[in-house]
Write a protein that binds this ligand. Structure first.
Ligand SMILES: [Zn+2]
Length: 96
């Protein structure tokens, strides 16, 4: 079973799609300058990157859920997780 740990927020994700889901915002769009003829353009800069991680409550609002290990998945109770019940760990969620 592969998993992803986000280098930015240290959350663990059961799969890449769950990881992708918690990253939002733009990487930064190129800003073009057009020549007078309008035939060519060149990149003169980039808009600032707004790429960030969703908070736990935002992930929950997106329909994502964390399992008993605290790993995030794209939706509650994915079949491959309900299959294996190895250890009973207390599900804890920080209260805010
Ligand atoms: Zn993250």
């Amino acid at each position: 079973m592969s998993k992803c740990i986000c280098p930015a927020c240290q959350e663990t994700f059961t799969c890449l799609s769950a990881f992708d889901m918690h990253r939002v915002g733009s990487f930064g769009e190129p800003i073009y300058a057009h020549s007078k003829s309008g035939k060519s353009r060149r990149v003169i800069g980039h808009t600032p990157s707004t790429r960030r991680c969703l908070s736990e409550s935002e992930m929950g609002a997106k329909g994502m859920a964390s399992n008993d290990k605290g790993w995030w998945m794209t939706r509650p109770s994915e079949s491959h997780w309900t299959e294996d019940e190895e250890e009973e760990t207390v599900f804890s969620q920080p209260t805010s």
